[in-house]
Design a protein around this ligand. Sequence first.
Ligand SMILES: [Ca+2]
Ligand SMILES: [Ca+2]
Ligand SMILES: [Ca+2]
Length: 606
Amino acid sequence: MVVLACLILPLGESHASTRFAVISDLGSTVPTAASPVGPIVTAVANQVKAGQPDLILTAGDNCHDTGGGAPTGYYDIDVGQYFHEYIGGYVGAYGEGAPANRFWPALGNHDYADGLAYYKAFFPSLANQRYYDFTAGAAHFFVLDCNVSDGNSPTSAQAQWLQAGLAASTSPWNFVFVHEPPYTSSDRHSPSTGMRWNYKAWGADAVFAGHVHAYERMVVDGLTYFTTGAAGETLAQGFVDRLGDQSLYYFRGDYGGMQVDVDGTQATFWYVTRTGLVIDTHTQAVQANEFTATGGSYNVAGHWQRGRVVSAPDAVALFQQPLAGPVTVDAPVTLGTLALHSPGGSTLAGPAAVRFETTGGTAATLSAQGGSHVVLAPLIMAGDTRIDVQAGTLTLANHTTVQAGAVLAVTGTGLAIDTEAGGTLDLGTGSLIVDYDAGAGPLTQVADWVRSGLNAAGGGYWDGPGIASSDAAGQADRLTAVGILDNGDPTVGGKETFAGEAVDATSVLVHYTWWGDANLDGVIDANDYEVIDKGFLFTPETMGWWTGDFNYDGMIDANDYDRIDKAFLFQTGPLGDPEPAAAPEPATILLLALGALAAAAGRRRS
Ligand SMILES: [Ca+2]
Ligand SMILES: [Ca+2]
Ligand SMILES: [Ca+2]
């Protein structure tokens, strides 16, 4: 086992996330002689939609106008005309609606004014539920109804439903929506003390309310409460210093609504006024789910902080406690982030596999620090994944599978593959980026793992321990292989992107490609023949794939020409998603290839 020594430098990556808007108390917009409200809601709605949220939630009082007649009262005028393109099963007259519902309202006291028939008829995709929950991306939303007796006390049927739902949630984020704010600094309304439930202890990350026609952000007992009730109805009056320091922002200067970006690791909240002024941007890190036992089964709910096994796409699992023994993965687990941070290290044993999977385009993360961490459980990288070992070591001692098209990026010091224990990083058709900071870099070490993965000495083909590829192993014509180069190499390096990721000059790139693709651009052409010809004629300083030693045996000879010629003749198209190299003239390629074939054949005869 050899420890990889390289320094951290972050790679570029996309952070796609889910964006949702929160508005409430939309206001009366039924045309009247002197209704000033319509233009206000229009401006707020335009600002909300300008942020292109994936979904819109409300904290109640969607329709302030009473009457209007069956079946939907004034809901179409007060809501549909502004947000019809977000509403699933839309029954109004302003457009076609949304193919899948993206508008999730809560019930406010004004929604009850005509009974619930209009509300229920206008939002058919809610299946007539007064309170409900759903997930989107990394967030689980719980929308409450605080207007009736089965839902407005901490022991109500609805409170029990919420507690059970939060306990069962596997999402990194859990947001609660309720019309009346449990806390508020407005002197227009009293806070709803009946809605002061144990949200935080049950697992909520923030509570959104309306009712008060203002914006406020508070932190009470460690939980963030937002009020965002200024989407149209007359702005709240004054301010009472009820919460002192716990009220972090109170604003009643203009109408507007909130936007929230959320992914597996953080949420960013801000309020935007009807004129586009952004105020009070607030970022919150995900509240990790911590493994609290000192060892034993991963799959026991009681071993976790919130009393639930952490297993879901995007889910965050944190090992922070010192461990007395190994943690065993007894049943398959799915995670977005696994942080092995136990002081003194940890052992994560099988027999079941840990699968890394995220939604929304964010890379999954496996990080280690604080000692020697050994993974004996099989790992599956379902999509782009980052391994980050900034302190301590992380040893992969079993089979790690990188699924088709995925990129595995390694940053930090101390990743090791225990080849003696059979540790294998199966690249499949994927790519690996090992980023370092300065100095010689890990090219030699990674190349050793690739040579081990080729398993030529053991008579195998890309089925050995180290860095291998089951796709290359399964390729009947043996035309594909795992190639490697240092991006600082003046001949084969210099890529700005690799497999869709931004890369710098200090990174080692590994790629499933045609056998002989020296510059890892997915095709065999004159550029690759130039590399092997140069390597054959002049003894290079370091010998490897990047100089034409395609079979990793330490020399460039007819065997290497054999590989590249075969792959050149039978390649069927670019492999992977590499950066295109300068295209040589087709005629030149053919001549060079034929020349090389002749040269190789000549050498074989001699
Ligand atoms: Ca670098
Ligand atoms: Ca090439
Ligand atoms: Ca060779």
